[in-house]
Design a protein around this ligand. Structure first.
Ligand code: ZN
Length: 169
């Protein structure tokens, strides 16, 4: 399920604009939204809206391993330290990732005991991210198209107003 802000209904119900604000006001609002944190729906008590349903269980699994299991600092063979788990929601579904984390065991190495996580993990999601990069890209595309259509609508309204004003004079 996509985040609420990817839903056009969410944006149309927002009280940011009563429908009579100018294009400059919308652009100013949009810039402030980008510069500050996202405006997520807020309950009347003022606390951020929490998840109301449990996250869907994973339908797929994947095991990721670092491509290189030799230490890039000392060249010695690293050993697997532990398994790390995370769940990522992509457009294909919910995937449970099992990550094999390796550590250098050479006590003389500057990277001694430092974790080496699978490189592929970064292709799935941002660090600590719940949604995959494909979902983030889709949301960005939807938001951009929504804003473009909104701005073109504002242009049309202002042009029709200008036409009405000219006909009155
Ligand atoms: Zn090392």
């Amino acid at each position: 399920m996509l985040p609420a802000f990817s839903n056009p209904i969410y944006w149309s119900n927002r009280d940011q604009c009563s429908g009579a604000c100018s294009q400059e006001e919308v652009q100013r609002w949009w810039r402030s939204s980008l510069s500050s944190s996202w405006h997520f729906p807020v309950e009347k008590r003022g606390s951020p809206m929490a998840r109301k349903q449990t996250r869907p269980s994973a339908t797929q699994q994947a095991v990721l391993e670092p491509l290189q299991t030799t230490c890039r600092a000392c060249g010695s063979h690293m050993r697997m330290g532990h398994h790390s788990h995370r769940t990522v929601t992509t457009l294909q579904g919910v995937t449970r990732l099992t990550l094999k984390v390796y550590r250098c065991r050479n006590t003389q190495c500057p990277r001694f005991h430092q974790p080496t996580r699978p490189e592929e993990e970064g292709g799935w999601a941002l660090p600590h991210g719940e949604f995959g990069l494909d979902v983030i890209a889709l949301v960005g595309t939807l938001l951009l198209s929504l804003i473009k259509s909104y701005l073109s609508l504002l242009d049309q309204v202002s042009q029709s107003r200008a036409g009405q004003d000219a006909s009155v004079l």
